[in-house]
Design a protein around this ligand. Structure first.
Ligand SMILES: Cc1cc2nc3c(=O)[nH]c(=O)nc-3n(C[C@H](O)[C@H](O)[C@H](O)COP(=O)(O)OP(=O)(O)OC[C@H]3O[C@@H](n4cnc5c(N)ncnc54)[C@H](O)[C@@H]3O)c2cc1C
Length: 614
């Protein structure tokens, strides 16, 4: 019997995680707070809504890291990539989509999947997930609701949850011109883990500095959105162009101060210095210290290439400031994306500190498979870190510097370096060729559950027809030796409009517990209880259900009902008396049961008492 995995958040990551799990034959409860609780950016009730651009960026899987990630996700059966491919719009080398068609396709695939139970509710805290007694994936995104964000902060510590990203541009180390730049820490300070020459320094003379400030002031900026204006970060983390507006020398006394540094190329103390700090354990990426910015992307490349030594800089990511809730993953998560403090909880998506639709969905894909493997008792397998999925995972779960952790896109700087002796495009091709080979073993992980495995899960509205069909089959197969044909017809007249409506109401009524046994693509049994009135109303299995399905259904519904009552009473049909006796029920009395059309049938009143006797 398979318990569900709970996924919180039906965005890019949560949808992908849920899809990966159900594709492996494990049920999912997907919690999404919209529409009851909205975010500042989402406009619809759909899963996987694209809140801004409709682009999944480059689709070039040979020369581009995000294109490679597309390729790996497609090969892993990603629903996000399937829906994107199905709703593509012309965009040159990029993969852009019709946003409504795309989200509608993801929503349809999930809501119609028999193993997905969709709960439109806000999960208020990490503690609330403990009641489910099941693995959980939190994929609540950059706009995680406040109560949940609060609970994460309380659990993990003030400094482990950020509410905005203040991203300084990051460049590939090998694109810095070291004939102009040099390695040195201010005052040659060694510091913990340092050598005294930990920073790349780019010097400016007075003329270069003034031209740079002028470019910063005149370059077009991105506007703050109305709701971003209230985010309380500005004084603590000012964009450099805002600092520059405060006076010509503000930056020279701030992040560009030249003190403690001597340019070995000129033997002079510089007028101003831009420092770059190592950004990943591999030493392939360096960030421009203190250079968070709202300059438009094209302008950033132009203006920052004015810095001596960065004329040919290749940017792994450009700077930005956004409202964004994300955790300090390198500190908080293990290599399986589990919260170290509460390993039943995994995190996925942008909240883990990746950036972008594709990267968020990719982490959802990983979290979904990891959670499924755990529940299936399959040994963990990490994707090779030479792959796009593996490189991204390694970055957020350990490689990135926890102290300066900021959200990251996938890029070749996250991959272990490759020495081909060739540069540029050849090297990129070598990265992607290596990744395509190395991803293969992981795509087999974990093996799907055999299709004939029995799954017991909560009923949902899509199950109405299946439940009524299983009921009818079970009644005619099992009770025909005890009751005449016309009674069986009154008992189970099939899927009439009234019965469908009644059952649909009961499925939605929190007083009713209704669970189904699912096997080989169909519902083969179900059980129903109403703990408030101590009633066990039904346990039915039809002949194609695996052996013991009835007992498993009964055990599961009892487990749930006895959280709310200490006794269950049922009207057992004559054919089922033995079944209930074997499962610990006692006969109270012979009785009559009145069917919905008024027909009375003979039955046995049975009872199971769960009071713990001292
Ligand atoms: C304004 C804005 C613009 C962006 N523009 C771009 C862009 O152009 N391109 C790009 O690649 N990326 C962009 N991003 C980043 C983008 O959000 C992510 O790339 C992506 O949507 C993240 O996916 P996710 O699944 O992690 O989060 P989301 O897609 O946001 O999904 C999270 C889901 O969780 C739900 N949720 C939140 N809290 C709870 C709760 N307590 N209980 C239940 N449900 C909850 C939310 O309603 C939401 O549906 C933008 C982000 C923002 C905020």
């Amino acid at each position: 019997m398979q318990k569900p995995i709970h996924v919180v958040g039906g965005g890019l990551a949560g949808s992908e995680a849920a899809w990966q799990i159900v594709s492996l034959g494990i049920p999912v409860v997907l919690h999404e707070m919209r529409p009851a609780r909205k975010t500042d950016a989402h406009q619809t009730d759909d899963c996987a809504e694209l809140v801004c651009s409709n682009s999944f960026r480059s689709d070039d899987h040979e020369y581009n890291a995000v294109g490679l990630l597309h390729d790996e996700m497609r090969r892993a059966g990603s629903i996000i990539m399937r829906a994107a491919d199905g709703h593509q719009v012309p965009a040159g080398g990029a993969l852009a989509v019709d946003r409504h068609g795309f989200s509608a396709a993801v929503t349809k695939a999930l809501t119609e999947h028999p193993l997905v139970i969709f709960e439109r509710d806000e999960v208020p805290s990490i503690e609330a997930t403990e009641n489910w007694n099941a693995p959980v994936i939190i994929a609540t995104g950059p706009l995680t609701s406040e109560p949940l964000a609060d609970s994460i902060r309380k659990l993990t510590g003030e400094e482990s949850l950020s509410f905005f990203d203040a991203i300084a541009p990051i460049v590939h180390r090998d694109s810095i011109d070291m004939s102009k730049a040099w390695m040195q820490s201010r005052y040659d300070k060694v510091g913990p883990g340092g050598t005294g020459s930990d920073y790349v320094n780019c010097a400016m003379d007075k003329e270069q500095y003034e031209a740079f400030i002028d470019a910063l002031l005149t370059a077009p900026k991105t506007d703050f959105k109305e709701w971003e204006k209230n985010t309380p970060y500005f004084e603590g983390c000012l964009p450099i162009e805002v600092m520059a507006e405060r006076g010509i020398d503000t930056l020279r006394y701030g992040p560009m101060k030249p003190v403690g540094l001597t340019n070995p190329h000129t033997q002079k103390r510089p007028y101003a210095v831009v420092q770059l700090r190592q950004d990943n354990a591999l030493g392939t990426l360096y960030n421009l210290v203190g250079f968070q910015t709202k300059l438009k992307y094209a302008e950033q490349s132009r203006v920052f290439r004015m810095i001596p030594g960065l004329e040919n800089a290749e940017f792994a990511r450009l700077g930005g400031l956004h409202r964004n809730t994300f955790i300090n993953s390198p500190r908080l998560l293990d290599h399986q994306l589990r919260l170290k403090q509460k390993p039943h909880v995994r995190f996925a998506g942008q909240v883990t500190g990746v950036e972008g639709y594709v990267e968020s969905a990719a982490i959802g894909l990983l979290a979904g498979r990891f959670a499924a493997a755990e529940i299936m008792d399959t040994p963990f397998l990490q994707p090779a870190r030479t792959t796009a999925l593996g490189a991204l995972l390694a970055h957020i779960t350990g490689d990135a510097e926890a102290e300066t952790f900021q959200p990251m896109n996938v890029n070749f700087g996250l991959f272990p370096p490759i020495t081909t002796g060739r540069g540029g495009r050849d090297r990129k091709l070598a990265y992607t060729a290596r990744a395509k080979e190395d991803i293969k073993p992981w795509l087999e992980f974990p093996k799907p559950l055999a299709n004939d495995r029995l799954i017991i899960r909560n009923a949902n509205l899509e199950d109405v027809d299946g439940i009524l069909a299983a009921h009818q089959k079970a009644v005619f197969e099992k009770a025909s030796g005890h009751y005449p044909q016309h009674v069986l017809t009154s008992w189970s007249p099939g899927a009439t409009v009234e019965r469908k409506a009644k059952l649909a109401n009961e499925i939605q009524d929190p007083e009713h517990i209704i669970i189904v046994a699912y096997h080989d693509g169909q519902i083969v049994g179900f059980a129903q209880a109403i703990p408030a009135i101590q009633e066990l109303r039904a346990v039915y299995t039809e002949s194609s259900a695996p052996q013991h399905s009835g007992s498993l259904l009964l055990k599961e519904i009892e487990e749930r009902a006895f959280m709310r009552t200490n006794k269950l009473v049922c009207h057992s049909s004559l054919n089922a008396e033995n079944f209930y006796t074997k499962n610990g029920y006692n006969k109270v009395t012979s009785a009559h049961h009145v069917l919905s059309d008024g027909t009375e049938i003979e039955c046995v009143q049975m009872q199971k008492d769960f009071r713990v006797t001292p």
